[in-house]
Design a protein around this ligand. Structure first.
Ligand code: FE
Length: 180
């Protein structure tokens, strides 16, 4: 399936772009931005520790909210069964069951592996309002959430490959637990 964000993606230098058309899905409520500034996470490390543990690209994306160029990451076209973990803290975030071909050049998922694995917050950078997705366990930047995904959720979690570690599973992963 090809989504309208492909054209926008081709014009991008970097960044998960908002779709030119709004769909019917309502984005989940975002966390209060003031709260985010004082938010604490189960996994907490110093900046020096993150720099030591992550590759330079992972550090730029996960800890500095950079965005990899479309169609360059490891997983944008991955179709194998498995789970996708946060590259920083190893928490399972997504499964192949919810991965779909958005045409954007970034791994795209229509749902989370389980509820409460990510936190959403408003992102007003680049002159537009977007919804940032961060890991609920370590606070690392993952990507952005849009409302132009496939049914039934209508959501598109547009995630950097650099923020993920894919773990192949065979047979396919079980049904996600604790879904909303
Ligand atoms: Fe994490």
């Amino acid at each position: 399936m090809f989504y309208p964000c492909a054209l926008a993606s081709a014009m991008l230098v970097a960044g998960c772009n908002a779709s030119p058309t709004n769909n019917t899905a309502a984005l989940p409520e975002t966390a209060n931005s003031t709260t985010n500034q004082t938010m604490t996470f189960p996994v907490t490390k110093t900046d020096a520790e993150w720099r030591q543990e992550l590759t330079p690209e992972q550090y730029r994306v996960l800890r500095q909210a950079d965005t990899e160029r479309p169609f360059t990451g490891l997983y944008w076209n991955t179709k194998e069964p498995g789970v996708y973990r946060c590259a920083a803290c190893k928490q399972v975030l997504f499964t192949s069951k919810d991965k779909f071909d958005s045409g954007c050049g970034w791994p795209s998922f229509s749902d989370l592996a389980s509820a409460k694995t990510v936190i959403l917050r408003n992102d007003d950078s680049l002159g537009m309002r977007r919804t940032e997705v961060i890991c609920a366990h370590c606070g690392s930047h993952l990507g952005h959430l849009f409302d132009d995904g496939p049914k039934p959720t209508g959501l598109r979690y547009c995630i950097n490959s650099a923020s993920l570690n894919f773990e192949k599973t065979n047979p396919p992963p079980p049904n996600p637990e604790e879904k909303k």
